[in-house]
Design a protein around this ligand. Structure first.
Ligand code: UTP
Length: 301
């Protein structure tokens, strides 16, 4: 049995970077080829041994609950039409895990979304996986972090190096000591200006936390962007106790960002045996015509 059995997936944000698509539907349901982003995240948690998942939802997020629920009419239809493979696919989604839901009534920030889970978590360590961050690797990012947790038994945040000019989009750590992938955290800053950032190690959407975070979340005041920031509570935690950052192996896609979504779509389609051939041909065609246009433009200059 895994040491950590509960996970929270905050998925209540407005998704303003993806408007107008997110006006009436959750960004976490945007499909990467044909699978909603949040299903990748639920699968990562389940495959890492998590038994209970709490998804934090909010306005316009009903589609998430419907996706992980049984759809008896659809199942009947697929059975009648003898579409066994699709039927198995649809049934499997509803059987993935014990998924629970709670609504964050006001979108006050990621820290507040995590705070909403305090009763569900009780006194156990737990994982947080952001509903819009897909990370591809074997072993998964969560599995890597759980293996480290077994050794250090202390909170861990996943980090990745980002270009300096992009640090103002992330929580950034001030490392105490960098020795391989495991880093002791001295401090954290949410969305620092590049010149003021203590490093270029950005916190990415995976965390292993302890219940001691909840009283700290209750204390923190709205920070960057007027939101209750998880980073600010982690900062208090790091001033009292050991907090680690872990430089994970894997490629991360920010599905809440248009470019991240497009990159994931193209790369996942290229990795799919049923699509890779024709899709590669299509891409090669548009690339060669774009290069041709570039050459024509260059000869005219
Ligand atoms: P983001 O900052 O990426 O989400 O939060 P957002 O606010 O929806 O996005 P933009 O910036 O407006 O485009 C990271 C994760 O935390 C959740 C989001 O759903 C996302 O999965 N979140 C954020 C909440 O659950 N509640 C909040 O109040 C804020």
């Amino acid at each position: 049995m895994a040491t950590i059995q509960k996970a929270i997936i905050p998925a209540a944000g407005w998704g303003t970077r993806f408007l107008p698509a997110t006006k009436a539907q959750p960004k976490e349901m945007l499909p990467i080829v044909d699978k909603p982003a949040i299903q990748f995240i639920v699968e990562e948690a389940v495959n890492a041994g998590v038994e209970d998942i709490l998804i934090i939802t909010g306005k316009n997020k009903r589609a998430i609950e419907d996706h992980f629920d049984r759809s008896l009419e659809l199942e009947d239809l697929l059975r009648e039409k003898d579409k066994g493979e699709l039927l198995a696919l649809v049934e499997r989604i509803a059987d993935l895990a014990d998924i629970h839901y709670i609504r964050q009534k006001e979108q006050l920030g990621l820290g507040h979304a995590v705070y909403c889970a305090r009763k569900f978590i009780g006194q156990e360590p737990f994982a947080v996986l952001l509903g819009d961050d897909i990370i591809v690797n074997t072993p998964s990012c969560l599995e890597q972090m759980l293996a480290v947790y077994e050794e250090v038994k202390a909170p861990i945040v996943a980090v990745q190096e980002v270009p300096r000019e992009e640090v103002n989009r992330y929580g950034v750590i001030a490392p105490l000591e960098i020795d391989g992938p495991l880093i002791q955290v001295k401090d954290l800053v949410e969305k620092p200006q590049p010149a003021e950032a203590p490093s270029n190690l950005a916190v990415i959407g995976r965390y292993l936390l302890v219940p001691e975070i909840f009283p700290l979340l209750e204390m923190v005041q709205p920070g960057a962007g007027g939101e209750i920031q998880l980073t600010d509570a982690l900062r208090l935690l790091a001033s009292q106790d050991l907090v680690y950052a872990y430089r994970f192996q894997g490629k991360r896609y920010d599905i809440g960002d248009k470019l991240g979504f497009l990159q994931a779509t193209v790369e996942f389609a290229l990795a799919r045996p049923d699509l890779a051939g024709p899709f590669r041909e299509y891409l090669a065609g548009i690339i060669s015509s774009a290069l041709g246009n570039l050459q024509i433009a260059a000869t005219k200059e």
